[in-house]
Every structure is written in C-alpha cells, then in structure tokens.
Write a protein that binds this ligand. Structure first.
Ligand SMILES: Nc1ncnc2c1ncn2[C@@H]1O[C@H](COP(=O)(O)OP(=O)(O)OP(=O)(O)O)[C@@H](O)[C@H]1O
Ligand SMILES: [Mg+2]
Length: 228
C-alpha cells in the first residue's frame, strides 16, 4: 500500500527533521499513534501528496509519489479527511457537500439516493439544508467524514476522526469503520490508543517526528495498551 523509504521532511525555518521509513500492509486498519505535536498530521500530509519530502521516496501501490506531479488517478483511489473539518467544507449546503463527489461520476437521481443513504448512516438528515457554516464543530466533523466516505475510496485516510465528537457519534464512526474495513484499507491518525484498540490491525508509532518503533501487528497491540 504505502512504502516510505528514508523519507525526510522539514517545515521552513523549523529545526525538527521528520524521518519516516516503513511499509504498510494492504488490508485492515493502520493506526498512526503519537502525542500532540508528534508529527501524525505531517505524515498524513506526506501520504496524501499535499507536501513533498526533502529526501527519500514515497510509494503508493509501487508507484513513486511526488506532490508536484501526482498520478492523475491518485485521488480517485484515496479519500482523505483532514484534522480540521473547516478546511474540507466549501459548498453552500450539507446536501451539496455530500453530493459533490458523486455528482462528478453519477446522474442526479443516483446522486440523490446516495446522499439520502449516507445522510441516514451518519444521522445527518436534519442538517441537509443547512449551510456548513451553521454547524457545530462535531457536526462539521461528521459531515467531513460522510462526504469522503460517500465516494467509497479504496484507501480511506482519517486524521483524528473522533475529534470533537460525542460518545454516541464516536461509536457511530467506529461502527461505520468496522464495516468499511472489511472491504477497504483505512489509515487513522489518533492519540488515544485505548478507544480504537478493538478496531485496528496494525500500529505505526510516531514520536518526535519519527517512526522509531517498528510497526506492531495485532499480537503486539494488547501489550502496547499498557504504555499508550
Ligand atoms: N505548517 C507548519 N509550519 C511549521 N511547523 C509546523 C506546521 N505544522 C506543524 N508544525 C509543527 O510540526 C510538529 C508536528 O505537527 P503535527 O501537526 O504533524 O502533529 P500531530 O502529531 O498531528 O499533533 P496533534 O495530535 O496535535 O494533531 C509540531 O511541532 C508543529 O508545531
Ligand atoms: Mg494532527
């Protein structure tokens, strides 16, 4: 799926050098775990082709990824939900937000039924006619996840998908992801290991901008529970 080979990245005028070197499995859910400021979102921006490494190589399905020249079908395969939902919502209603992706590929009647189904899954029906600017933080988060999932990307990347969500809505997302992972690859950046322990299959730990600890598989995950 993703392979990072001796990747290095630095923000302009910042001293920290981010260093990543790993290969992710093709199936199930990979959790990117680490403290605030560890570098999880930076890693996700590199995966998503939003920034380029200064050194090293990033491969997605054996294809070299370069943010300045991405393969033309790159975003047909990958759906990304960024940490801050404000950056993801730009349509005038929640309905249009959900319809945006499907309307690129399907006729209006099909789009209508896809939006209704997704709105039902995420309990968004009462919000469909509202402007995203009228939503609460948690509601924006739900809409930002729903408007990516509606496109059924082969790989779903979520940066802090539970941020600002109530317990009820966190459980809703957990249930949706549990089902989605049966047929799709998912990568989640998250800081609270315990709350997703039953969902994940592989763990990538980021500390001080680096993945020093090898990827853990499911047999090691229980042991990690005591340290994170
Ligand atoms: N645009 C930027 N310019 C300069 N430094 C940045 C920028 N974005 C992030 N950083 C720095 O890089 C480090 C890692 O940030 P990053 O957002 O990747 O962390 P994170 O693990 O996602 O944290 P959180 O759990 O709070 O979301 C932090 O020290 C942060 O201050
Ligand atoms: Mg982050």
């Amino acid at each position: 799926m993703f392979k990072f080979e001796a990747v290095q990245y630095q923000y302009p005028n910042q001293s920290t050098t981010f260093k990543f070197d790993f290969t992710l499995t093709n199936t199930g859910i990979t959790a990117i775990l680490g403290a605030n400021g560890a570098g999880k979102s930076t890693l996700i921006r590199l995966m998503a082709g939003l920034t380029s490494p200064a050194k090293g190589s990033i491969y997605f399905q054996q294809q070299l990824i370069n943010a300045r020249e991405l393969p033309c079908d790159f975003y047909q395969n990958i759906g990304i939900v960024l940490q801050n939902p404000e950056t993801m919502l730009f349509n005038s209603t929640v309905f249009d937000e959900l319809a945006y992706g499907p309307s690129q590929n399907f006729p209006a009647t099909k789009v209508q039924s896809m939006v209704q189904k997704t709105a039902q899954t995420f309990a968004l029906e009462p919000l469909l006619n509202l402007s995203p600017t009228q939503l609460s933080g948690g509601q924006k988060k739900l809409v930002s996840i729903a408007c990516i999932l509606i496109n059924q990307p082969q790989l779903l990347i979520l940066d802090e998908p539970f941020g600002g969500l109530s317990l009820e809505n966190s459980n809703l997302i957990l249930k949706v992801l549990q089902e989605y992972k049966q047929t799709h690859k998912i990568i989640i950046a998250h800081h609270d290991f315990q709350s997703i322990i039953n969902l994940i299959d592989e763990v990538l730990i980021v500390e001080n901008g680096q993945n020093n600890v090898p990827i853990k598989d499911i047999t090691d995950i229980i042991q990690l529970a005591n340290t994170y």
